[in-house]
Design a protein around this ligand. Structure first.
Ligand code: NDP
Length: 285
């Protein structure tokens, strides 16, 4: 069974679209997402276009702020503080990566926690690990919805997450733990990765290496979520999982493209609405 992230995200976006008028009636305005992009990295531009398009689809306000590649760190930080102070802005997203002369940590720290729709601010990360109310980062949140969409119970299952980044691997492992899976986080130093993966009832691949999860690493019947986005020599996009052979063994598997990618953007819309409804998710900004 294919986990169709595109279809799932479309149905969630339709629901949000239907709620927009109601939110506007109740609060006098619609949620507003501000996206800042620095420079003209083609991949970043394409991600940002997708985010603005999704905001338009669901009928929320959006602002795109385009800054030149050589913008100073100070100028970027003052743009962020301007948006922090703007009561009509609910969510602020700074597209990463940033040029080398800008300290990404400083930029993430500068975003008001209440408007941190990516869930990358240290206060949100701490709240997630403490099990407190927080903005959950978009990709991990989307992955959990995809697993839940299969109807497979997470509690009591063995979950293996391959990759330990701050934006995918670690937070998705915590969300699986919260749902009572027994979680293993694998990485580049894991010994006998294939054997570790074969144990997984739920396997999440977030590595960034084309087709590295081969069929022999998949337990028959497992739920397999492929987070990877890799552009290969012929220009096509492939995931971290060798989809064809792996899909013959998996019980449920997500494709690339059309899997986690659209869900990530949809969760950004959801997080913006949540920030709009609750100006201070962790209560301190
Ligand atoms: P990172 O590069 O930050 O992390 C990759 C992880 O994979 C690291 O923890 C690394 O281990 C691990 N790794 C690398 N090589 C191996 C190996 N041979 N065996 C086991 N583990 C390995 O990547 P991200 O988490 O940011 O992204 C992962 C993938 O997901 C990328 O393709 C990215 O494009 C995609 N992505 C997709 C999104 C979407 O919306 N669909 C959103 C975000 C990311 P170690 O820590 O030991 O170095």
């Amino acid at each position: 069974m294919i986990i169709d992230g595109k279809a799932l995200s479309l149905s969630l976006k339709e629901d949000m679209k239907a709620r927009m008028a109601e939110l506007e009636n109740k609060y006098g305005r619609r949620p507003c997402l501000s996206v800042i992009i620095v420079g003209d990295n083609p991949a970043s531009r394409s991600y940002v276009r997708g985010k603005i398009k999704a905001a338009e689809f669901v009928g929320m306000e959006s602002r795109l702020i385009e800054l030149p590649q050589d913008v100073s760190e100070g100028a970027l930080l003052s743009k962020i503080s301007e948006l922090n102070a703007d009561e009509k802005v609910d969510g602020i997203l700074v597209q990463l990566p940033l040029p080398e002369h800008i300290d990404e940590d400083k930029v993430i720290d500068a975003i008001a926690v209440a408007k941190d729709v990516d869930g990358f601010h240290p206060s949100n990360v701490a709240a997630l690990w403490l099990g407190r109310k927080c903005t959950v980062p978009c990709t991990p949140k989307g992955i959990i919805k995809m697993i839940e969409s299969t109807g497979v119970e997470i509690a009591g299952k063995k979950a293996v997450v391959v990759g330990r980044s701050n934006i995918v691997g670690k937070p998705v492992a915590k969300l699986l733990l919260d749902r009572n899976a027994t979680v293993t986080i694998a990485h580049s130093r894991t010994k006998d990765l294939a054997a570790v993966c074969r144990e997984a009832d739920i396997l999440v691949a977030a590595v960034g290496r084309p087709k590295m999860i081969t069929a022999d690493m998949v337990k028959p019947g497992a739920v397999v979520i492929d987070v990877g986005i890799n552009r290969v020599a012929d220009g096509t996009l492939v995931g971290d999982v060798d989809f064809g052979p792996a899909s013959e063994l998996a019980g449920y598997i997500s494709p690339v493209p059309g899997g986690v990618g659209p869900m990530t953007i949809t969760m950004l819309m959801e997080n913006t609405i949540e920030c709009f409804l609750s100006k201070s998710p962790v209560g301190n900004v």
